[in-house]
Design a protein around this ligand. Structure first.
Ligand SMILES: C[S@@+](CC[C@H](N)C(=O)[O-])C[C@H]1O[C@@H](n2cnc3c(N)ncnc32)[C@H](O)[C@@H]1O
Length: 297
């Protein structure tokens, strides 16, 4: 929905990156399962990724985070000064040759990469996301981005209006942007918070290849469930999405937690034939008012 300020209508913020596990398909189910009165709560999203849910909800008060520091740097740089990021992208889009792609990709192998201005690193991430294979984010053991060039005739490296809409929202809502492990949310959320968890899915190939080199094991899923319990005890409203596997069902089978079946089109492995109709679940620690429509619940 467009945002209206004075006599001007601004476009609504939308994800500016393609991100594995993006939640667009699941949005209607997530919307139908939000806690009553969530608009008056502080919104927390500790596995932010491309931010599909954050932007759809556009909460007035939010704390968001992701362990991927390059990703969070892009959000921070946009929030601080979108014009600088846009100016860098205008330069980058002048040369869309394979040689230039590998030169830009290789910047993180050079000493001093971390000391580059944050808007330059943000523009690099957006450029690579738009031009690399399938918009994947993958780094090797040394933390070097290693996705090859994608096959695009004319990749859209810059969507100026879209980036400005994201920046406008992040600033207006004073969204707190962190780069922390998900466990950090225990320190900042509690009574009056709504926490949406979208971890790498159990059993998916994303678990070890698409994210940070450390991966997301079953032990991590168990650590996340303990956090879900801790926040429940503190009075936070929590919603989590994950794959519908016996392991996840068993983990969250507990009095007071509600497991909702949903179906979504999702790639379950990196092969083309892995794309299919795969079950997903939403887990929540609250009940909904009986009068609410609940598609898929
Ligand atoms: C399924 S994706 C989130 C997708 C996002 N909801 C969207 O719509 O694009 C999972 C995210 O968790 C992040 N992640 C992985 N391990 C993490 C950890 N230990 N703490 C915080 N974030 C982590 C990854 O970097 C990735 O961005």
């Amino acid at each position: 929905m467009p945002q209206i300020a004075g006599s001007r209508t601004f476009p609504a913020p939308k994800p500016f990156l393609k991100w594995a596990g993006g939640k667009r398909q699941l949005l209607p189910h997530i919307l139908a399962n939000l806690p009553d009165g969530w608009e008056d709560m502080v919104y927390h999203e500790p596995f932010l990724g491309g931010g599909a849910v954050l932007f759809e909800l556009s909460p007035g008060s939010a704390v968001v985070s992701d362990a991927n520091s390059e990703l969070m740097n892009a959000y921070k740089a946009l929030s601080r000064d979108p014009s600088k990021v846009i100016a860098c992208l205008k330069e980058l889009r002048k040369d869309l040759s394979p040689e230039r792609f590998y030169e830009v990709r290789g910047m993180d192998r050079l000493p001093g990469f971390r000391r580059l201005p944050s808007h330059e690193r943000a523009a690099r991430l957006i450029y690579l996301n738009r031009t690399c294979y399938n918009g994947l984010y993958r780094v090797n053991a040394l933390g070097h981005f290693n996705v090859p060039l994608g096959r695009y005739a004319a990749p859209r490296v810059l969507d100026e209006e879209g980036l400005r809409a994201v920046a406008r929202y992040l600033r207006k809502a004073k969204v707190r942007l962190l780069s922390e492990d998900f466990g950090h949310v225990a320190m900042v959320a509690g009574e009056g918070s709504f926490v949406y968890f979208d971890p790498p899915y159990h059993g998916s190939s994303e678990t070890f290849t698409h994210y940070q080199s450390a991966g997301f094991s079953e032990d991590e899923q168990i650590r996340l469930k303990a956090l879900f319990e801790e926040l429940t005890r503190k009075g936070a409203k929590c919603l989590l999405s994950n794959a519908d596997t016996p392991f996840i069902r068993d983990l969250y089978k507990r009095r007071g937690f509600r497991i909702v079946d949903v179906q979504a089109m999702r790639a379950i492995n990196s092969k083309a034939d892995g794309r299919g109709r795969v079950g997903e679940v939403l887990v929540r620690n609250y009940w909904l008012a009986a009068c609410r429509a609940r598609p898929g619940a």
